[in-house]
Structure formats: structure tokens, C-alpha cells
Ligand binder design. Structure first.
Ligand code: MN
Ligand code: MN
Length: 417
């Protein structure tokens, strides 16, 4: 307990022992905690200098208690590091919808951008490609995905909830929802400025190429292309695909399949770490060789803590899948900010900025940590302290060497261990 907390507890006890409601009322109006910075604050925010007299947004405030009343360890200017998919424009088409959170929505997020997409059964995300690589996680349902590599080798496979896929940069591909109810998935691109609405679409390209050139290219009459839609279908409704084996055989004629699979089944993977507080699965190029993007899939039980740590090799792009929590990012130079997060939010932490994530709800907090690096890396505060001479650490912190001696020698990752 620090001096501030002690002082506060004594004050509250004093008020309770006063025995008179009137007296306690007077005390509540005048007594504040002693503060290091000399600014009076109260834990129930009843002081005049804490009062609000203008417009308020109660539902938003309720979701963001750490923004309304930040911990007094927060300080200085730290740009916002979360944005909710719930605020993103949803583009609706005949075969589903999509929305994106990019550096335009969340300016700090320069290295990665995210897209959510829903496809109906039979709904197709049009054949296309783009500059960055595409990492994906199936959130619901089933899809058939296709791609062709630089040597004409094909990839056709079906993916289900929990499966990942990776389309390398510049490689053409498609996604189609399967029965009974299509699918919904998250896409992550290793370019914060990526724009899902500006990809290279097969129909868009063909309708912007002279028909006589198309005719020459394919050795057919120009009229063959009269029915190519001038409005790119983008996400369109059509019939379900054929038999998987038959489609794989057809697509692989002459060239065969890609040498390394572009899909990864997370359900068949054991967690890298399981503790009393939760678990983590790490998927990077060591177990999914084609990926230039690495991932930690984290589940924190109620009260669980993703321990204090940082990532020395890349910025962290986060996607919250369920539950609620909070994160404090320390930005050096006395600056720190705490923001609340919940399902549907994107969070972002700059390279080497330390942070923690705490489950503040009563259900599991499930989220992704994503990095524009083929290798996952982190350093935890606890492992740093455990593997530095303990006397030296204690000369900085004055916590007693017994506390430092007791830190586990291997990284805990998720507390409680
Ligand atoms: Mn794509
Ligand atoms: Mn992290």
C-alpha cells in the first residue's frame, strides 16, 4: 500500500467512525486525498474540481471508465490507441458486407490494417490481389479459399471457424462463403494505409482494358467480353462451389498445388502456455512457414493479466474478440495512458512501448496480438528483473531482494501463474 492509499483509507475510516451522518456529509465535501502533485482528487469524484456541467454520453462513459477517470499514474499526451469496428463504415453488397479499421480511422496504426467481412452461403469476395500480404482468421462459419502463386501452382481449400490463412503479397485469391450460413472473418494486412475498397479486381481490370487487346490476349472474338460487368461485383451472391477434390484437381492441372499450405488450423495446435490466468497460442513462421505476420492468440480469464511486457521487433496491432479489459501504454518521458477495450475494438501499441492487458470483465477476454514480423518476440518486466543481478535491481526499486529472488525464472506471460 502506498502512502496515498494509506492516507485515503485512514480518511474514510475517520469519516465512518464520526458516527454522525451530518458530520460525514460535511467531511465528504471537504476531505480529499493527499496528492503528490497537490491536486485534490477523490475516489468517488465528488469534489468541485472533478465536477462536470456540460454534455455527457453515459453509455460511452460506462464503456470507458479509465478515460472518464484515468488512473492517477496516467500522464501527458499519448495519442489514442483504439478504434472500434462498430464505428467503421459498413459497405453492403449482394453477397455480404465489409468494413475496415486502417490508419485513416486510427492514425497511430501505421504497420497493419484490419478488415471484417461477412459472406453469405455462396457469397464471393471477387478474385483480386493487393500490395500487402493478407492474414486471416475465420470467426464464424465456413469458406472456400483459392489462390495461385508466381509459378501458376494452385491452392484451393475449405476453412472453418478458428482456421487461419495467409495470402502472400501480390498473390491473386478469392473467398467464398459455404453452407449452411456463409462465414465471417477478420483480415489483417501489413500496411496501415491498406484500403479494402481499392484492390486489384479481375472485372475492374478487364473493363479498363481495350476489348480488342483482351481478344488478342485470349485469341477469342471481342464480343466474348460483352457481359463482363462494368460495375465490379466485389462481394456478390452466386451458387455454392463444386466438390472440393474436383476443383483442386481442375485448378492444379499442369502445375500442381502450392508447395506449402496457405491455411493453418489453430484448433489442432496446443497452447504455448497455459496458466491459472489463461492461455496463449503463438503462430508465426516457425509453425506457419508462409506467414510474414506473427500472432499471439490470448485468452485471459476474469481477473487475468497479460503481464507487463514489450515487443522489441514490431508494433502490436490488437483485435478484441470477446470480453472487456483495459490496457495502459507507457510512452516514456513520464507519459502513460490507459484505455478500456472490448469485443470489436482494435488496439495498437508502438514498437518497444511497454504495456499490460487486464481482464476487467466477468467473462474471458479473448484477443489477438498481431505483428508485421515473421517472428513473435517479447520481453517481460518480470523476466528482465529475474535475469539481472538482483542487488542491482533492488538498488533501483527498493522492493527487497526477496521479492526479486521469488520471480519465476521463465516468463509467466499470463498472471496468475
Ligand atoms: Mn484479399
Ligand atoms: Mn503485447
Amino acid at each position: 500500500m502506498d502512502a496515498r492509499t494509506q492516507n485515503h483509507r485512514l480518511t474514510r475510516r475517520g469519516m465512518l467512525q464520526a458516527g454522525s451522518a451530518a458530520l460525514a456529509g460535511v467531511a465528504a465535501l471537504t476531505v480529499a486525498e493527499a496528492q503528490d502533485d497537490g491536486v485534490p482528487r477523490s475516489t468517488d469524484h465528488h469534489l468541485t474540481n472533478e465536477s462536470v456541467r456540460g454534455p455527457e454520453n453515459p453509455p460511452l462513459a460506462q464503456e470507458n471508465p479509465n478515460s472518464v477517470w484515468a488512473p492517477d499514474t496516467d500522464n501527458g499526451t499519448v495519442p489514442p490507441f483504439k478504434y472500434s469496428f462498430a464505428l467503421a463504415h459498413k459497405r453492403i453488397d449482394t453477397g455480404g458486407w465489409t468494413r475496415q479499421v486502417t490508419a485513416r480511422e486510427l492514425p497511430i496504426a501505421k504497420t497493419l490494417a484490419g478488415v471484417e467481412m461477412r459472406l453469405t452461403a455462396g457469397g464471393v469476395r471477387e478474385l483480386h490481389w493487393h500490395l500487402p500480404a493478407e492474414w486471416a482468421l475465420m470467426l464464424y462459419g465456413n469458406a472456400r479459399i483459392t489462390a495461385v502463386d508466381q509459378q501458376g501452382r494452385s491452392f484451393v481449400d475449405d476453412v472453418a471457424e478458428g482456421d487461419l490463412w495467409l495470402f502472400p503479397a501480390g498473390i491473386p485469391h478469392s473467398i467464398q462463403g459455404l453452407g449452411p450460413d456463409g462465414c465471417q472473418f477478420l483480415l489483417v494486412f501489413n500496411d496501415g494505409d491498406f484500403d479494402e475498397f481499392e484492390t486489384f479486381l479481375i472485372t475492374d481490370w478487364m473493363t479498363h482494358t481495350p476489348k480488342e487487346v483482351l481478344a488478342k490476349n485470349f485469341k477469342v472474338p471481342a464480343a466474348t467480353f460483352d457481359n463482363v460487368s462494368k460495375r465490379a461485383p466485389y462481394i456478390f451472391q452466386t451458387g455454392l462451389p463444386g466438390d472440393l477434390k474436383a476443383e483442386q484437381n481442375q485448378a492444379g492441372q499442369g502445375t500442381g498445388g502450392v508447395p506449402q499450405t496457405l491455411a493453418f488450423r489453430t484448433s489442432q495446435m496446443k497452447p504455448n502456455k497455459v496458466t491459472a490466468g489463461g492461455e496463449v497460442k503463438i503462430i508465426d513462421s516457425t509453425n506457419f512457414p508462409v506467414t510474414p505476420i506473427s500472432t499471439a492468440m490470448v485468452k485471459l480469464k476474469p481477473g487475468g493479466l497479460r503481464e507487463l511486457h514489450w515487443h522489441p521487433n514490431a508494433d502490436e496491432w490488437q483485435y478484441y474478440m470477446s470480453g472487456k479489459g483495459r490496457m495502459t501504454v507507457f510512452a516514456a518521458g513520464t507519459r502513460a495512458r490507459t484505455m478500456d477495450v472490448q469485443a470489436g475494438d482494435v488496439g495498437y501499441v508502438l514498437q518497444s512501448n511497454p504495456h499490460y492487458i487486464e481482464n476487467t470483465g466477468d467473462t474471458d477476454l479473448v484477443f489477438l496480438e498481431m505483428f508485421d514480423s515473421p517472428h513473435y518476440e517479447d520481453v517481460s518486466l518480470a523476466e528482465w528483473m529475474a535475469h539481472t543481478p538482483h542487488q542491482l535491481v533492488d538498488q533501483h526499486l527498493h522492493v527487497g531482494t526477496a521479492m526479486i529472488d521469488a520471480i519465476p525464472k521463465t516468463e509467466v506471460v499470463i498472471d496468475p501463474a
